[in-house]
Write a protein that binds this ligand. Structure first.
Ligand code: SF4
Length: 343
């Protein structure tokens, strides 16, 4: 099969190329990424890929387009949905090149990243397959994300710190430099209590809160009694909960992680999880989490970066009503794990 592999960067290509070669497919690399800004970043990623592809003897085509202006013009009115435009633009250029140059199929290394909207990428590829009559070679490369990133690091490849566009760089900036709001002078003397973590014994008393993360009481009851429940307490109120199930002597599963709505996006769940992982690593090797597509980036950032498996149509088969996570209608349950011993 003659396969054109759209490639976003060298680190993401490492595992994808290895996997395709293992499956007896020799891909041709196709660089087309007008979404990467500013120019020095674009150049660093492109040149790293040039060197890497040369070093492993894979053919590579570089379609030059540093597309700052055009990209910004096309996404500025709907920044929250910019990734959709970004996926479509890059994959459409790839399928066009594939069609004009006699390829049988096209694919993308974006399918390895747990930070991307995997389902949206798959859907875009399938739409383009229909429009252009070139097969979209879909592969869930996410299982090799950690392996590929580790190898890339060992090879000394340039590793980017943000997705690509200037807006993703802005988000990274905000995440790292979030200015603390000024406390009015008259409140400066009131000290907020430090959050504390405690084990919860009367687990069922917190059912309403647990239902916010898992909307089926029957499902919660299947794991609650056999699990340990921990709460993060702030000013006498439990504001976050984590439910941990013991699977075997070396493995745990995070069954439920929830924060009361008014305390969300302030890092409390992250703090609770970090504390528990630190404690459990004395006795256990691995913690698994079951999650939906939307929450993968959160868990990967907390070290749950090893893809384990997907249970297709889990939410359709196990719940009577439609389960939503933000705008996303949940279908598949996806499992990732964290190596608790890893520093
Ligand atoms: S965040 Fe990444 S995928 Fe989304 S628009 Fe920016 S570069 Fe493209």
């Amino acid at each position: 099969m003659k396969l054109l592999l759209h490639t976003c960067c060298a680190p993401c290509s490492v595992y994808c190329i290895q996997k395709l070669r293992k499956d007896n497919i020799e891909p041709v690399i196709y660089w087309y990424n007008p979404n990467i800004h500013p120019y020095m970043e674009y150049k660093a990623r492109r040149d790293t890929l040039k060197e890497y592809t040369k070093s492993i003897g894979v053919e590579a085509i570089f379609e030059e387009n540093y597309g700052l202006r055009e990209f910004c013009k096309n996404v500025i009115d709907d920044l929250d949905n910019r990734c959709q435009y970004c996926y479509r633009t890059r994959l459409e250029k790839t399928v066009q090149y594939a069609k004009e140059n006699g390829y049988d199929a096209f694919c993308t290394t974006l399918l390895i990243s747990p930070y991307q909207n995997h389902e949206k990428l798959k859907q875009t590829g399938e739409e383009l397959e229909k429009e252009y009559g070139i097969h979209f070679y879909y592969q869930d490369f996410r299982e090799g994300f950690r392996q590929g990133q580790n190898e890339a690091r060992e090879l000394g490849l340039y590793m980017q710190k943000y997705c690509g566009c200037i807006f993703s760089e802005e988000i990274r900036y905000y995440n790292h430099n979030q200015a603390k709001p000024d406390i009015p002078m008259d409140l400066k003397t009131i000290k907020e209590e430090k959050p504390q973590i405690k084990k919860i014994e009367n687990k069922e008393a917190y059912m309403d809160m647990l239902l916010e993360a898992d909307p089926s009481k029957a499902s919660i009851m299947k794991y609650l009694n056999d699990s340990d429940v921990y709460g993060l307490k702030l000013n006498d109120e439990i504001i976050s909960l984590a439910v941990i199930l013991h699977i075997d002597n070396s493995t745990l599963e995070l069954k439920n992680l929830v924060t009361k709505e008014k305390y969300r996006n302030k890092g409390y769940a992250k703090r609770l999880l970090k504390h528990l992982c630190g404690n459990y690593k004395q006795k256990y090797d691995k913690m698994i989490v079951e999650t939906t597509e939307n929450n993968i980036p959160f868990y990967v950032k907390q070290g749950f970066d090893k893809y384990e498996k997907t249970i297709k149509n889990y939410f359709i088969d196990n719940y009577n009503e439609e389960i939503k996570d933000g705008d996303l209608i949940c279908t598949d349950m996806i499992y990732y794990s964290k190596d608790l011993k890893k520093r």
